[in-house]
Design a protein around this ligand. Structure first.
Ligand SMILES: Nc1ncnc2c1ncn2[C@@H]1O[C@H](COP(=O)(O)OP(=O)(O)OP(=O)(O)O)[C@@H](O)[C@H]1O
Length: 231
């Protein structure tokens, strides 16, 4: 479904990704792992077209999208939840969802209700400004917002980072539900090894912008792989 080949990305003269290959088959959950600063966020931003690539290709469902702007990738079915649970802080929860729905060009308003069905805890908060929500609630809103565009693939950058433990479990359960029950393909950057071990079909370990290991989810239990991830 998603195929990244030979990806090179740089910030000015500082190259960060070097020939990265990554594949996420339809319906799979793939996890990108690695220590801080190895290039995980850069990889997701390049996959979504937030950052330009210096070389390499990104294909989605067979189509070359390497030069496609981000909003068109979203319309193709790629939903992105960037790092840091960003929402429109001055807008209410309802407005956050509506603005995304309007921007998606969808005529079907029921997608907003469907997204709220996934996160029922957001319903009583619909009139609250997003900036006043807790970190966990903002992350739930950020994921709900991505769902409003009815993605076939969800791309999440450390969705449980800095979030209170009670909501971490809820967010993990939602990702599991979207993947297993709804069949969404998922590309996830995740630091929590046990969550990745429980859910990932496959994983890719980055180190200094290079893929140093990839394999089936079960291999994440290997000591050798865990050593690559230790700080
Ligand atoms: N806007 C930027 N300009 C210049 N360098 C950047 C920029 N963003 C990131 N970098 C550098 O690129 C490298 C990779 O950063 P990136 O955020 O992709 O790593 P990461 O693996 O996601 O790290 P973390 O787990 O801390 O989020 C780092 O050395 C970082 O300092």
């Amino acid at each position: 479904m998603l195929e990244v080949t030979g990806l090179e990305v740089a910030y000015g003269r500082a190259q960060v990704l070097f020939g990265v290959d990554l594949a996420v088959p339809a319906g799979a959950l793939a996890c990108v792992m690695g220590r801080n600063g190895v290039g995980k966020t850069t990889l997701l931003n390049a996959v979504m077209g937030v950052l330009p690539t210096r070389a390499g290709t990104v294909r989605f469902e067979g189509r070359d999208i390497t030069k496609m702007p981000t909003h068109e990738r979203v319309r193709l079915g790629m939903g992105y939840v960037p790092q840091g649970h960003e929402t429109f802080g001055q807008l209410t929860v309802a407005e956050n969802l509506r603005v995304t729905w309007e921007a998606s060009g969808s005529k079907d308003r029921s997608v907003i209700d469907e997204a709220l069905d996934v996160f029922p805890r957001l319903r009583p908060l619909l009139k609250r400004r997003a900036g006043f929500l807790s970190g966990g609630q903002q992350q739930q809103l950020a994921i709900a917002r991505a769902l409003v565009t009815r993605p076939r693939m969800l791309i999440l950058d450390e969705p449980t980072e800095g979030i209170q433990p009670s909501i971490v479990t809820e967010i993990e359960d939602v990702i599991e539900h979207l993947h297993k029950e709804r069949g969404l393909a998922v590309l996830l950057v995740e630091q929590y090894l046990d969550f990745a071990m429980r859910l990932a079909d496959r994983f890719t370990v980055l180190d200094a912008g290079v893929v140093v290991h990839e394999g089936a989810g079960a291999e994440l239990a290997d000591e050798g792989v865990q050593r690559l991830l230790a700080v």
